[in-house]
Design a protein. Structure first.
Length: 456
């Protein structure tokens, strides 16, 4: 059996994720494994057709592919997305037909499900069969139970190949991405402009021929009084995606010197960041993902009193991966406002006009009144996961650690001495059976009394 291991980490041989695959290589000597460093060599694959053709020939001869990948900003690294773009350009939509693909993702378990979904969607878009992957914490390979589980995972994957088992499709039925395209024309003549002095930045992956998203931007600009700073990704030089080197977590600066670094102060100081994006396949394309991944140069620092919104062209209602990325940005960063996601999936241009105008009015009101919602699941989980990560790695993620200390983000329950004292008192007094019975009958009343005091 011939298995290709595609390392999606830009760290190459220094990748944490790759060690999981190396463990499988040792455990299954009868399998013919070959490792390819996809992300770290993406530029050469893009420029050298001979090298890309040699790799695609190997894929055709292989029985299966196992990806190893970290999770970068809510999904897979931009380099992997770009690799699949190259396959679509050079190989056609049925290139992986008859091939089995799976993945090992390592992370701190924040949006690792979306990274796995993205790999499955990219596989299915090329006709391949995706076997459920293995998602682990970065250093889980040290645990005996994880070593045992990953061997079982590999045996299951090999059995799919050997027995030609069918796999269930999750994304194949909408593999064409933005395929509906009703033309939208913005009605800007009667728009009442909003007077404001806020710093609003709009980032777009639009090309010259993308009518709908450019019309949406046109109406947004008109409503916001043309006081919007534009960043069109097609016009800026981004040397590459995040390298995972963590220099930014130590020094607070990215090692790249390119246009992203020039725009970074503008992004950092903005009151609002609006994304105007075309859906490309199942997300927003590799150039956008490079841009988003490079935002990791802010480290694990979640900005507050900041607002994000999305103007989307494409089948957003049918694209869960794109939806997850939007929700992660909105709610993981506590930056949403009412009606802040607009797509062009409507029958008439007038419907879209009204939605965009409302979008602008809600944005302005939220900024002016400093409206901020309490965090939901995404926000709470982001805070707790990153808090614990930074605290446990504070010796080398010094810039992040300093930020978390300064902003009081180390909100560990063990420091809530009042709650600890209350729990101790309740524990002692409820050790008596009669007292416990009385207390249990009154617990709901006591809770309501506390809330009644709060609103009075």
């Amino acid at each position: 059996m011939k298995i290709l291991i595609f390392n999606g980490s830009p760290k190459g041989e220094k990748s944490v994720s790759l060690f999981y695959a190396k463990y499988l290589v040792k455990q299954f000597p009868e399998v013919d494994f070959k490792i390819h460093q996809i992300s770290s060599q993406i530029k050469s694959l893009e420029k050298d057709n001979e090298k890309l053709n040699a790799l695609t020939s190997e894929i055709r001869a292989a029985d299966g592919i196992i990806w190893t990948s970290p999770v970068y900003v809510l999904s897979i690294p931009g380099q992997i997305i770009h690799f699949y773009e190259l396959l679509h350009q050079h190989c056609g939509s049925d290139f992986l037909k008859g091939k089995y693909v799976s993945a090992i993702c390592t992370s701190m378990h924040f949006f690792d499900h979306n990274a796995m979904f993205h790999l499955q969607a990219e596989t299915e878009s090329l006709g391949g069969s995706f076997v459920d992957g293995f998602s682990a914490e970065m250093f889980d390979i040290k645990k005996p139970e994880i070593k045992s589980s990953i061997k079982i995972f590999a045996n299951i994957f090999f059995s799919y190949i050997s027995n030609k088992k069918p796999t269930s499709k999750r994304f194949a039925f909408n593999s064409n991405g933005n395929n509906f395209q009703k033309k939208y024309t913005a009605g800007v003549q009667s728009v009442k402009e909003i007077e404001h002095s806020k710093d609003i930045v709009l980032v777009s992956n639009a090309s010259e021929n993308d009518n709908n998203i450019k019309q949406m931007i046109k109406l947004f600009d008109k409503k916001m009084g043309n006081r919007v700073h534009h960043i069109f990704l097609k016009d800026i030089n981004i040397k590459g995606g995040c390298l995972g080197c963590l220099q930014c977590s130590q020094k607070g600066k990215c090692i790249y010197k390119d246009d992203y670094e020039l725009h970074k102060p503008v992004l950092k100081n903005a009151d609002a960041l609006i994304y105007a994006l075309n859906i490309e396949k199942h997300s927003f394309g590799s150039k956008f993902k490079y841009f988003a991944d490079r935002n990791f140069s802010n480290g694990h620092r979640i900005k507050t009193n900041f607002y994000t919104g999305f103007l989307i062209s494409g089948n957003l209602s049918k694209e869960p991966i794109a939806q997850n990325i939007i929700d992660g940005i909105n709610y993981g960063g506590k930056s949403s406002f009412e009606g802040n996601v607009i797509s062009d999936e409507y029958d008439s241009s007038k419907e879209i006009d009204v939605l965009i105008e409302t979008f602008c009015e809600n944005l302005h009101q939220s900024i002016e009144q400093k409206y901020q919602k309490p965090p939901n699941f995404y926000g709470v989980s982001a805070n707790k996961i990153f808090r614990d990560l930074i605290f446990s790695t504070s010796s080398f993620q010094r810039a992040d650690h300093k930020y978390y200390k300064k902003n009081g983000l180390y909100d560990f329950p063990t420091r809530d001495y009042k709650t600890r004292l209350q729990n101790l008192i309740f524990k002692i007094i409820t050790m008596n059976k009669r007292v416990r019975e009385v207390f249990n009958k009154k617990i709901n009343i006591l809770m309501i009394e506390e809330l009644d005091k709060a609103i009075k």
